[in-house]
Write a new protein. Sequence first.
Length: 645
Amino acid sequence: DNDYPYHILGAQQDNSTIRIKSRSANPGGITESDWEPTAGAESGYVVADPLNPDIVYGGNYGGYISRLNHKTGENRAINVWPDNPMGAGADVQKYRFQWNFPIFFSPHNPKRLYVAGNQLFVTENEGQSWETISPDLTTNDKSKQASSGGPITKDNTSVEYYCTIFTAAESGLEKDLLWTGSDDGLIYVSKDAGKNWKNVTPPAAGKWMMWNCIETDPFKPGTAYFVGTRYKLDDFAPYIFKTEDYGATWKQITNGIGKMHFTRTLRADRKRPGLLYAGTEYGMYISYDGGNSWQTFQLNLPMVPVTDLTIKNNDLIVATQGRAFWVIDDLSMVQQRGNTIPDQDLKVYEVADAYRTDGAGGEGRRRRRVEVRNAGDNPLNGAVFNYYLKAATDSSAVSITIFDKQNKPIKTFSTKAKEASDKLEVNAGMNQFAWDMLYPPAERVDGLILWNGGVGPVKAAPGKYKARFRFGKDSTDVPFTIKANPGYGRSEADYDEQVSFLLQLRDKFSEVQKAIKNIRSMRTQINDFTGRTDLSAHKDIKQMADSIVKQMTTVEEALYQTKSKSGQDVLNFPIRLNDKLAGLYGVGASGENAPSKQLKESFADLAGQSDVQLNKLKAIFANDIPALNKAIIAAQLPVIGIKPE
């Protein structure tokens, strides 16, 4: 659907229909807490309203269609013909609906919903009325429509119905261009939204092909791919037919697919012309030349029947007969694949757009060796970079520097970095790196007890950024884009203002933290000096040292609540400036919006109070410490070192 994160929707035979989030906030991955039942029932198509993902349409046997509103819980039946056919054969029905009859929205008109029985129907008022826009587009062979079963019992749930439209589609490239394929072998096309239809069945398909899937080409007008099966006739060969002239001529394109790997589905890539993905009874195949040749595309997918495919936000989504959804998050590398290994020492591939999102990324807890049952992996969280290093080793100097929208460096990650969080691990060949979109954190002081927990990381605003890759003498810059979470509806300017404010707050908090570090370091030095040095003959120096320590301690007590020894002490001893700044950060980062007027005013007040104390400390370091050292030198005693951070 068009939600963010998008849901994957489908039916499970002998179970329910379901929709599942493609990304979860759960650090353990996508779990049952991210699943829920949706419209329809065990057998049918499930499609979400393009304009409102919480409105879902689902089918089931007997021509049943439901419209479910996930917000209100209302589940309304909107059958094309509501006369329940249960137990009766196809021969006595007004319309014949397969138990998984096609339901789909127009890619050009999000209010236009199609449904296929043996004829094609359309509604633009959510099923309050249906218009028939085709004649019978099947053979309508009455000898194939008798009641199923016998001679003792019958069994009619509409899965036994024949002479039905089994697949249908409107071209995403050409408005009003409609295609249908029936379970009894016929292909029809209409170029005028159903006013006129033409039988364009390829002669090479023979009789009684079950057309299982239609895909219209996203780049070439008049081009479509039809996937068929004949396994019910004990013919397990793959059948994919391609037309480039609206069905006037056809060619079969299955070279490279296993002889017994009968095909079920095909989708065309949305970015690279000629790139096709096919699902068969025995796994996946891929073609880079419009179907002229195929190769296996199994990766880590189990060898299972692939019943359907779709592409969403440049992700490839696979539905299997094993009741599972599998996803390749980001097809960029598949699309950019060449026929040879790169010649250059460093090659950085185009970067897919990243969404500014919260939550975990990747395999979550399973990376930490904690098993999570029935959990799907989250997509990587952040901007994902794929790059090739021809001959990298453990000692290679490789770095990635991220630049902001003003071309100022945000952070550098390197194989030589000292901090583990900044260290790159590289190999010869393909490498992948995901930037979490976070600016460097605020200054930390070990052992501080802060009620508000400190200042967390600031996440980059939506917009256009740049990354610079260095490998030895080679350097490459690549642009990339961060997109906003569309669910919040905030402008880029709102995010820019929020991020700018939080970075100012982070920097002020860091100033305060560094001051606390400097005070403690200087006090330790002075106390060490006075403790190990006989100052009985230099009482003036002792008084100067004690005065400096007292002044610095007064500043420290204004910056931090030094009486806090446990997390509950703040209930008795009021928090000080660093903790108050941390509290403002929590307020400013609590939503996806620009800072409020009162938040900015409160920060200005606390920043001003902080500057008063910081200036006092600067004066001590600029005047009092040098004066103390001058007196110490005159007395020929070891001086105090000044190395403020």
